[in-house]
Design a protein around this ligand. Sequence first.
Ligand code: ATR
Length: 280
Amino acid sequence: MSRHFAVFGTPIAHSLSPRIHAAFARQTGIALDYVAIEAGHDDFAMHLAAFADNGGHGANVTLPLKESAFALCSNTSERALRAGAVNTLLRDGDGWRGDNTDGAGLLRDLTQRNGLDLRGRRTLMLGAGGAARGIAPTLLDAGIDALYIVNRTAQNADALADLLGDPKRVHARYLDDLPALGEFDLIVNATSATRGGELPHLPMSMVGRRTAAVDLSYGEAAIPFLAWARANRCHDAIDGLGMLVEQAAGSFEVWHGVRPDTDLVYADLRAHTDSLVTAD
Ligand code: ATR
């Protein structure tokens, strides 16, 4: 019998998650259905309860609901607890168990697919929302040097820095401080700003000899930041498509106990998203 899965968020119509999980299901011979459900802060709890009533077994949660999902869980994994954010829900009795596969997904993509060594990298993370929370503990565990968090709303950067509990390495700073912060070896755009085409002003002085620029978005949303990275001669300019596939594989493993192979699925999505961006 087919088990029910979904991804919740807004906007969700163009989510690639149903396509990814259908491909993993074919590859592993596991019967499942996976749909996208539009939900915002106000109606997420209601939609999730209806999904559970209809036999929902597991779900992904994306922008802007990862912190709300954390609050709705009856229990969480250690990595979700450290992040204070959840991207993977698993039905657990009458409640939900929350997990977070974003950090591990990003790490796999950067180190295995793109061959980056993160150790010792002086890092800037733009954003302090659900996506930023998911990846920050993993970057610290991977051995980055300092982590500077810069966010439009300064309190959210402060709150994330406090949660991470590593005051020697983690520093919250204002957007206006960027020109004075020096060079970074890794710059991660974890904001949703560029979905509206907006990019905060980013000074060229942040770019050094080996700077890797990484946008957690993909497709059109990643264009402004990656265009900035290329124009300013960053050593690497990497979008979030690989992370998307790897975090999905992590969720699949949480739900089904099997880790699917991601390379063919990634290649298919790369061709698909490139054709969409070119067509626009
Ligand atoms: P996600 O799951 O993608 O992190 P989110 O939790 O809604 O989604 O967080 C969005 C992030 O993008 C936040 O860091 C947000 O900044 P605020 O904390 O100030 O809201 C950031 N963001 C969204 N729109 C932005 C904009 N136009 N300029 C700068 N930052 C923006």
